[in-house]
Design a protein around this ligand. Structure first.
Ligand code: PRX
Length: 650
């Protein structure tokens, strides 16, 4: 395991800044107390967090009901997420927040909007009433396919207000991918926009919805936000403009009193089969988890302007652009476009202009900035920053050091946060006031999270050995299932070890018990912090008329972490050339979206298989990354390897 070797050489440690610790929401002493409480009795700890950080209409009767693998948290409790994110900031001693910025939004062309908590409340109520008028009821699913504009946050919160279940589909996914997700969830309503801005130009979204809706019997209406003003086809009876409906809607809508286990959202993520999984999260536990983690490890205060650069189409955006930040009454910044438009300093310009205090981004972005050169951040005053975070993939120590020196000016703590779509909120992370950080390590589990590293046989392994990262005890933000597929839920997460959650990641701990995440151990790739299943790309490739078979693997990439390499066997008689390569890349983009487009396509007469017919992925991974080919004793046809390697040289 070469990754373990290289990471173990990392000896640098960074102590929490004294000034920072003094003012932290949890100082050293409190952190130690909470940790001790959580270690002794995690339920007691989480109950305390739920009481302190979340407002309930009705208190729960039981903290946890655990019938593995099904958990219920805060049983009998009633609450509303939009009430927690907005209404409670307009009442009592918090009422001064009415005219405080809840969302600061910046469009890529440079247009901006600042929405106060008072305004956000009105907009949410109006859109909740619009949804009701479109026949959406408690428990109905609503698909959101939108650019990063405030209406996306408004629509999400409006769903929570009436108990509709949102399913946000990242705007970069294709019409086909959208259709599959709409059908799997059985969505009644689709909310979209005419388009958005990216890399200096408008791009359309509504046409993809029109295409997807050719095969989605459950959808009865579509609401479209006018963002770009480009000509947009509207289908009478089905399609409505957001502004027309909301103009007429009432701004009064009581928040529904929902059960703690009421479904909050479905978010699709890649797995080891071709079909994405609809990860289901529910209300009370999820909100407790994201609100608590945001308050403690981002040290969120009323005075903070928090910027998480993730798109709301991913779980990071759900938990830490919208829910965790607004529930704490802080200001969340949303940006529509790419980091390099109109120039390579766009992010630093945004931080300077808005006085961003906390910045949370992905290692891929940091590596891009390292390449672009230090002169761009150095042109800007970044002194408002007081804490930095990373998420989505392992960060290489040199990128961490750059972030620390050039962006954090050596004074900002860095929280490297490990978590997943399935975990709902952050699981392994330094607490900035009290944990020494090491570049490249997510350090320790959050209090109340029982993470461990297991051997294949299910024994905990001793440092510094590597193994599988597992979570031994249930936690409030955990997924409650895969939408409509309890069997797959059990098989994917709970079958490797009995009653223990299997993350799909490899990791090891060092002598100080720090966790070092080594990446996926299954057939899931992590491209720029986004999960793509090898099987999904393979299914897309074989759906092309000229392809007989394909195998997809990831290989290390210095920018995106992993790059997609596709080995393709064309049907006999097909000409293999660069034209076909391009055709296949475009085909995958059409089937899934640009993020799944293979970086490299290699044609081969046959794929290496074991005698039992299984594709030898490990071997393909070695070939794709130029490593020496490992053990091939089970190979059915040795000549295949030689041919694949010839392709290497070509
Ligand atoms: O492999 C881990 C990696 O991202 C996976 C989860 O992907 P997703 O569900 O899309 O959620 C991403 C954002 C929460 C994990 O299984 N990952 C996430 N954070 C880290 C990480 N790997 C290393 N270090 C991290 N901080």
């Amino acid at each position: 395991m070469p990754d373990i070797e290289s990471l173990l050489k990392e000896k640098r440690t960074f102590k929490p800044d004294r000034e920072f610790t003094r003012q932290a929401n949890w100082n050293k002493k409190q952190t130690a107390e909470y940790r001790a409480m959580a270690d002794k009795n995690p339920e007691r700890f989480w109950a305390k967090m739920a009481k302190e950080n979340v407002s309930w209409f009705t208190p729960w009767k039981k903290v946890l009901d655990w019938k593995p693998p099904f958990a219920k948290w805060f049983v009998g409790g009633k609450l509303n997420v939009s009430y927690n994110c907005v209404d409670r900031h307009l009442e009592g001693e918090n009422a001064w927040r009415r005219n405080k910025a809840a969302i600061i939004w910046e469009g890529e062309p440079g247009d901006t909007r600042t929405i106060t908590y008072g305004e956000l409340h009105r907009e949410i109520c109006k859109f909740a009433n619009v949804m009701k008028s479109q026949g959406v009821k408690k428990g109905d699913r609503v698909a959101l396919y939108m650019p990063m504009i405030p209406e996306l946050s408004i629509a999400i919160l409006a769903c929570t207000r009436i108990g509709a279940v949102h399913s946000v589909v990242f705007g970069g996914f294709s019409a086909e991918a959208l259709r599959d997700r709409i059908n799997d969830a059985g969505a009644k309503l689709v909310v979209t926009a005419d388009g958005g801005y990216r890399r200096g130009a408008p791009y359309p979204l509504k046409p993809a919805v029109d295409e997807a809706l050719e095969g989605t019997p459950s959808v009865t209406s579509v609401v479209t936000v006018k963002r770009t003003g480009e000509p947009t086809r509207m289908q009478a009876g089905r399609d409505h403009w957001w502004h027309e409906l909301t103009d007429e809607a009432s701004a009064v809508c009581e928040p529904a009193k929902l059960d703690a286990e009421h479904p909050l959202f479905i978010l699709y993520t890649s797995g080891t089969t071709g079909k994405p999984k609809g990860i289901l999260h529910t209300t009370g536990g999820y909100l407790t988890h994201v609100t608590t983690t945001a308050k403690v490890l981002f040290d969120l205060k009323d005075s903070d302007t928090f910027w998480c650069t993730a798109d709301i189409g991913w779980v990071t955006g759900h938990s830490y652009v919208v829910y965790g930040i607004l529930a704490n009454g802080a200001t969340t910044l949303m940006y529509e476009g790419v980091p390099t438009h109109p120039g390579p300093d766009r992010f630093w310009d945004i931080i300077e202009r808005w006085g961003v205090t906390i910045f949370y981004t992905a290692p891929t972005a940091i590596r891009t900035f390292v390449r672009l050169g230090d002169e761009h951040p150095k042109k800007h005053d970044l002194s408002s920053l007081r804490l930095l975070g990373t998420v989505g993939e392992p960060i290489n120590p040199e990128a961490w050091m750059w972030y620390h020196r050039i962006i954090g000016k050596k004074k900002c703590p860095i929280v490297d946060t490990w978590w997943q779509t399935e975990t709902g909120g952050i699981m392994i992370t330094p607490l900035p006031s009290s944990v020494d950080t090491k570049p490249g390590s997510a350090t320790n589990p959050f209090p109340g999270i029982d993470a461990a590293i297991f051997s294949e046989e299910g024994n905990e392994v001793d440092p510094p050995n590597g193994g599988y990262l597992v979570i031994r005890e249930p936690w409030p933000g955990m997924l409650r299932g895969i939408w409509g597929d309890p069997k797959r839920f059990k098989e994917t997460y709970w079958s490797k070890y009995k009653n223990i959650y299997f993350t799909g990641d490899g990791a090891h701990r060092d002598q100080d018990s720090y966790f070092w995440i080594m990446g996926r151990v299954d057939d899931v790739m992590n491209i720029s912090g986004h999960r793509i299943g090898t099987m999904e790309v393979e299914s897309a490739l074989v759906s092309h008329t000229k392809v007989a078979e394909s195998a997809v693997v990831g290989r290390p990439d210095s920018l995106t972490g992993t790059a997609i390499v596709a080995f393709v066997t064309p049907k006999s008689g097909e000409t293999v050339d660069d034209v076909l390569k391009e055709e296949l890349r475009t085909h995958v983009t059409k089937q899934i979206g640009a993020i799944a487009k293979p970086k490299e396509i290699r044609f081969t007469d046959a794929l290496p298989k074991t005698r039992s017919g299984k594709i030898m992925r490990r071997l393909l991974r070695d070939i794709a990354s130029g490593r020496s080919v490992g053990d091939t004793t089970t190979l059915e046809d040795f000549s295949v390897v030689a041919k694949l390697r010839e392709g290497d040289e070509a």
